[in-house]
Structure formats: structure tokens, C-alpha cells
Ligand binder design. Structure first.
Ligand SMILES: Nc1ncnc2c1ncn2[C@@H]1O[C@H](COP(=O)(O)OP(=O)(O)O)[C@@H](O)[C@H]1O
Ligand SMILES: [Mg+2]
Length: 318
């Protein structure tokens, strides 16, 4: 994939992290993740550029780039999950090294978090079933491979429908999906996590590192290797997306799927209570995390008079 690195450099140097849309090179925010921000940058309107300003040393970045590429290629070639055409660009800035995971831009209306509000309920369920079918490939791959295991964040906002026609919004079992969230490459080799989770703690306020490290390492990194937890995570997100009325049906579909299509994986059924309490805990973790990051930004900007290089999402409706 051809990437205009000069443009990205200009973008980064003129970036206004508090108001990215007012940056010297204008950019639209396509999505906020918990950790990174995805931009459409003026002049590269066919690309989605995911900015990660978390690297301090070239070695860290090189390692990340290797795992990022490997993860994309395992998903695509070994697991059989579509990922959009992708690329990678990085360069040093004054105090950090930034990288951009670049992807072909897909239409925003084709993403799961939009679709669950625009499709008919039956189609939302059909879409969710397609996601389960894709996820199953991951655990089949893990089961048959030796020495290598991958994880995946199945969140609904991480899937997009290929060739989606917004004028005829419909999903059936023939629809094809893309998985887009490859920037956190979960790969374990002989049980050892390849990605250094410390990197993803970089944007956390230093005064909270001990707490986040503990939560993150205990829960966040490991849940993505467990099909059952990934399914709970996706369903719990329907609370956040204000579509909780669909959850009972989703649970039924999931438990059916576990009992039939994914029988070989031997996964225990999921209860409504589990999804609800998972959501409560998760919402609490991320709400506190975001509040503390805002405080950290305040301390940097107003008290220490230092720049704050991370971009924080606005209010999140939950
Ligand atoms: N290739 C893309 N085309 C269009 N939008 C994208 C693309 N990649 C990401 N986005 C938008 O940004 C959001 C967050 O991207 P994602 O890679 O999932 O980051 P995170 O790890 O922060 O969740 C997506 O849900 C989507 O709305
Ligand atoms: Mg995501």
C-alpha cells in the first residue's frame, strides 16, 4: 500500500490533540478507540490512519511493526478472516515516535456499531451470527496450531460489511465481513504474549499505572483469547450502544451457536446475569480510566505546562 509519509509528518507536526479537526492539516476523526484515534486526513481521503503515539524507542516500534504485520497476515491467510488492505508508517517526533496503522477506508455506514442502529432487528441478529462464525475460525485455528495462538477483540465496532449498500441496508448469511481492529495484535507463541502490554499503558496517567497495569494484565489482555469472554464482551456492548433489548435474543443465538456449530470447542452457555455484570464492571473501568486521563491532561497542560500528546474522546454515552 502506498502511503504519503510526508503528509503524515506534516499532519503530526500540526496536530492539535485537543481539537484534531482544527489541526494544520485538517482531518476527520473516524473513530476513537480506548487507546488510539483513527483519522481520515485531508489529501488521503481513501485511507483510515490510526495514530499511535506510544513508542519511545525504535526497537519497540520495530517489534510492534513485526507483530502487526504478522497478525494481519495470520488473520488473512491462515485463519481466513478478511482484513482491509493495510500498511504502516512511522517516524520520530521530538519526544516520542509515532506510528500510523493505515488501512483502506471503509464506508462508516458499513461498521457494526452503525449497523446495529440502522438495520432491522432480524438483520442485526444475522450480522451478529456472521460475527460468531468469523470468531469461530480463530478458535479453530488456535486448536489446530501448535505453539501459536491468536486473540481477537470481537467488538461489534470492529467489523464492517464488505460492499455494503446503504441504500439497500440488508444483511444475510451471504454477506462478507472485514475485521478492522488489527492494531492490538494478540499473538502468543508457546504461551508467551508477543505484544508488550506496557506499550498500551503508555497513554495511562503515571499516577494510576499500578492500578491499570494490574487490571489490564489480569483481564484486558487475557479476555481476547477466550471465545466465551469475547462473546460476552460483544453482547455487553449492546448496553453501551443503547440496544440492550436485543441482548436476550443474542444470548440465545450465542448459546445455540456454542451448542451446535461450535460444539467441538466445548464452550459453556452464557447467562444474562453474566453479560450484565460484565458490562457494569467494564463500564466502570473505562469510565474511571477516561476521567483519570482527563485529569492527567489537565495536570500536564495547566499545572506542569507540558504538552499532552494523546487524544481523548468526548463524553461517551453509556
Ligand atoms: N479502515 C477503516 N475505515 C473506516 N473507519 C475505520 C477504519 N478503521 C477504523 N475505523 C473507525 O475507527 C473505529 C476504531 O477503530 P479500531 O481499529 O477498532 O480502533 P480501537 O482499537 O481504538 O478500537 C472503528 O470502529 C471505525 O469506526
Ligand atoms: Mg475497535
Amino acid at each position: 500500500m502506498k502511503i504519503n509519509v510526508d503528509l503524515l509528518k506534516k499532519f503530526e507536526s500540526g496536530l492539535d490533540p485537543r481539537h484534531p479537526e482544527n489541526s494544520k492539516i485538517p482531518a476527520k476523526v473516524l473513530g476513537y478507540g480506548e487507546i488510539s484515534t483513527v483519522f481520515e486526513i485531508e489529501g488521503e481521503s481513501n485511507l483510515a490512519c490510526k495514530r499511535m503515539p506510544i513508542f519511545r524507542q525504535q526497537k519497540e516500534l520495530d517489534q510492534y511493526e513485526t507483530i502487526y504485520n504478522e497478525y494481519n497476515s495470520i488473520l488473512k491467510d491462515k485463519v481466513g478472516i478478511n482484513v482491509p488492505p493495510y500498511g504502516f508508517a512511522s517516524f520520530p517526533c521530538e519526544r516520542y515516535i509515532v506510528c500510523f496503522d493505515v488501512q483502506e477506508k471503509l464506508p462508516p455506514q458499513s461498521f457494526g456499531d452503525k449497523l446495529i442502529h440502522t438495520l432491522k432487528d432480524d438483520d442485526v441478529i444475522a450480522f451478529f451470527s456472521l460475527v460468531l462464525t468469523q470468531l469461530k475460525k480463530v478458535w479453530e485455528f488456535n486448536k489446530k496450531s501448535t505453539g501459536i495462538e491468536i486473540g481477537i477483540d470481537g467488538q461489534i465496532s470492529n467489523w464492517a460489511i464488505k460492499d455494503f449498500d446503504p441504500n439497500r441496508p440488508h444483511v444475510d448469511s451471504k454477506a462478507q465481513l472485514y475485521y478492522i481492529d488489527t492494531s492490538t495484535p494478540f499473538i502468543r507463541k508457546n504461551g508467551k504474549e508477543q505484544l508488550d502490554p506496557e506499550l498500551f499503558l503508555r497513554s495511562a496517567p503515571s499516577f494510576l499505572l499500578w492500578l491499570i497495569r494490574w487490571l489490564f494484565l489480569k483481564d484486558v489482555m487475557t479476555r481476547y483469547y477466550d471465545f466465551r469472554l469475547v462473546a460476552i464482551d460483544i453482547m455487553a456492548n449492546f448496553y453501551k450502544e443503547q440496544r440492550s433489548e436485543l441482548i436476550p435474543c443474542l444470548i440465545q443465538v450465542t448459546n445455540d451457536f456454542f451448542a451446535k456449530e461450535a460444539k467441538d470447542l466445548g464452550i459453556k452457555p452464557i447467562s444474562a446475569e453474566e453479560v450484565r455484570s460484565y458490562y457494569k464492571e467494564d463500564a466502570l473501568i473505562w469510565t474511571i480510566f477516561l476521567a483519570m486521563r482527563r485529569l492527567d491532561r489537565f495536570i500536564h497542560n495547566r499545572i506542569l505546562g507540558k504538552p499532552y500528546i494523546y487524544i481523548l474522546p468526548g463524553k461517551i454515552k453509556r
